[in-house]
Design a protein around this ligand. Sequence first.
Ligand SMILES: Cc1cc2nc3c(=O)[nH]c(=O)nc-3n(C[C@H](O)[C@H](O)[C@H](O)COP(=O)(O)O)c2cc1C
Length: 331
Amino acid sequence: MSLTIGPYRFPNRLALAPMAGVTDRPFRQLCRQLGAGMTVSEMISSRPELRATRKTRLRLDHAGEPGPIMVQIAGGIPRMMADAARANVDEGAEIIDINMGCPAKKVCKVDAGSALLRDTRLVESILRAVVDAVDVPVTLKIRTGWSRAARNALEVARIAEDCGIQALTIHGRTREDRFKGVAEYETIRAVKSAISIPVIANGDIDSAKKAKMVMDFTAADAIMVGRIAQQRPWIFNQIEHYLATGILVDEPSDDSKKSWLIGHLRNLYAFYGEYQGVRIARKHINWQLGSFPNYNNLKPRLMAAETSDLQLQIIQAYFADRHPLRYDRAS
Ligand SMILES: Cc1cc2nc3c(=O)[nH]c(=O)nc-3n(C[C@H](O)[C@H](O)[C@H](O)COP(=O)(O)O)c2cc1C
């Protein structure tokens, strides 16, 4: 089974969550390669003065990505959101996603994010303005509400459907929860049974079994995976296999993990250029290798490496050391 939004049919029911500072083009490409069927750009502010910055330009770069190109925008002023949606469609966005799910202070203060959930009339104005502004499908990402005392996802979902939103992602926490505690899926299930547009369930999905549990429990059309993909981008393949067969696949080999990481790093260097690429690569190396044995011994050298060649050399040598026999034979 697959997920359909407007005219677009996704290859499966697995989405990579938009994560500012993480889900740049190289990371999205890595996750697509490893089984994510849907990816969304890092959030782009609706404020026009930010549109010309290098950061925003890079966020808008989708060269070589499989479609549909899904761009997330954030903001609290309907007219500005409509303009931003139009501008992004002009730049090639094929689906516009509206962020009302981000609890970050910076985002809530300047660009609204999940703070909007408190004001359902404003939510409605924003959704209508954006849907009216563009001919492409518009989707929405929310939390379950502003706070546990004001869990209004159901109301927001009905407004969204009524405004012409074509899919709704729900993270099973409130804005007040931030990332604390555990995500709950009852609200997502209640929303799914109350509306007829596709619902994507999100929050704390960190294994193939959990993915199936959330899908079965909520009856969601798709699930969205965020933080765990930073460490285990191959989780999408694992989930897809388990959903299709009911069988858990083995952990990928070290060789596979090494070649995915190296491919990802090369893509980062090419995308950001040598200087910035090496720096951005560091956090991805930490995430992807963080649970490897003896990584802490390697980490200081890796973090101090100032060139892409050196970063790659240290990683190659580390993996070679983990396979001394194969290394001996090859050398
Ligand atoms: C570093 C980071 C950045 C995020 N940035 C965004 C964002 O730009 N837009 C958005 O809608 N959600 C953002 N989120 C929320 C995620 O999309 C997702 O809803 C959340 O992490 C819960 O999913 P998970 O438990 O699978 O990580 C961000 C989360 C993290 C950890």
